[in-house]
Ligand binder design. Structure first.
Ligand code: FES
Ligand SMILES: [Fe+2]
Length: 361
């Protein structure tokens, strides 16, 4: 179940240059490169002549030359030269995808090109380019459907078990007060923990010795973006109300994720942890970096094992989780799925789901 009429992250800005790269996005072969002026270009990565991916070929100026028989395509996808003949046939063209670049991310519009709206490019990740913040970032292809990753980021109780060596401890699962809000297509879950023991990373980098107040606000933006504000302060001084959305308190960080489905069961994951520079002293920077780098692989093991189990579930539907029931911690991820289903039905021209007067668990 892919939502097509959306901007998806195709690559970190620095990963696109004059050497064409290939990515499968929503099941389509996409080639990415930069023009001599530095503009990112996304073209269908399949020569219309005999199907060789154009990314195997070479750039000549801004023109891509197919490696096999030398057809040349401009940045608009139209063939400009056929070796050995004067006429260029009408079929000699590839699809050109609308592209945008913001805050170190290159986005590709995967739907109807006519509907591509520059104003709709997600612009929530401004910290990625903030000179007063440091960012640790990465990219990986995960062997699971994109919704399993969204689940993980909309239910941070898992930190207590999956990340107990760094950002989690038991209090995160046991003592959090949850608030889920849906606003249009966005879903937000706030976790508020009062007077709890600090997790290892908060002790080490935040310098907390006594108990803390801690808050985590995860926000989902369709089709598959998440940002999480993490804050902590001495017990009794934690941020309250709307301040939890923007305040880090004494110590905290912001997390950004962009998931782009490759196939139904594989996903491109672009992730970043951004933190105000002053919150990580020079001497601790390397250790902080190393700790944050361990977090993603800890999650990846979980997502991939879930997908492998789903693949063997005879009752699974749409290659997605098939839970026997829901818990209170699942509020936001159920809401996220509802939004995705609604948008998908709208794209397919299918009537909305009936409102069954649902209640959240
Ligand atoms: S396959 Fe590309 S020119 Fe023949
Ligand atoms: Fe995690």
């Amino acid at each position: 179940m892919f939502l097509r009429n959306h901007w998806y992250v195709a690559a970190w800005s620095e990963d696109i240059g004059r050497e064409p790269i290939s990515r499968v996005m929503l099941g389509e072969l996409v080639m990415l490169y930069r023009t001599e002026d530095g503009w990112p270009v996304a073209l269908e990565d399949r020569c219309p002549h005999r199907n060789l991916p154009l990314s195997e070929g070479n750039l000549v100026g801004d023109v891509v030359q197919c490696l096999y028989h030398g057809l040349e395509f401009g940045a608009d996808g139209v063939c400009v030269h056929v070796p050995g003949q004067d006429n260029v046939p009408d079929w000699a063209r590839v699809k050109r995808y609308p592209v945008a670049e913001r805050n170190r991310w290159v986005f590709v519009w995967m739907g109807d090109p006519e509907a591509a709206d520059e104003a709709a490019v997600p612009d929530y990740s401004t910290r990625l380019v903030d000179p007063e913040w440091i960012t640790i970032s990465g990219y990986q292809v995960v062997r699971c459907g994109y919704r399993l990753i969204l689940d993980n980021l909309l239910d941070l109780s898992h930190l207590a078990y999956v990340h107990a060596r760094t950002t989690g401890n038991a209090a995160l699962a046991e003592d959090a007060v949850l608030t889920t809000e849906a606003e249009g297509d966005r879903v937000r879950i706030t976790r508020w923990m009062e007077d709890i023991e600090p997790a290892p990373a908060f002790r080490r980098f935040g310098g907390f010795t006594g108990n803390i107040d801690r808050w985590q606000v995860s926000q989902f933006l369709p089709p598959s973006y998440i940002n999480i504000n993490n804050g902590a302060d001495d017990a009794g001084s934690g941020a309250r109300g709307p301040e939890q959305l923007t305040s880090r308190g004494k110590w905290g960080f912001v997390v950004y994720h962009a998931m782009t489905p490759e196939s139904a069961t594989t996903t491109h994951q672009f992730w970043a942890v951004s933190i105000p520079e002053r919150m990580v002293p020079d001497a601790e920077r390397e250790t902080f970096h190393a700790q944050m780098d361990t977090v993603i692989p800890e999650d990846t093991v979980v997502y991939e094992a879930q997908q492998a189990a789903i693949d063997r579930d005879p009752d699974a539907h749409d290659q997605d989780a098939n839970p026997k029931g829901a818990l209170a911690i699942d509020q936001a991820l159920l809401e996220m799925r509802r939004v995705i289903r609604r948008l998908h039905r709208a794209e397919q021209g299918v009537a909305p789901e009936p409102n069954t007067g649902r209640t959240l668990p």
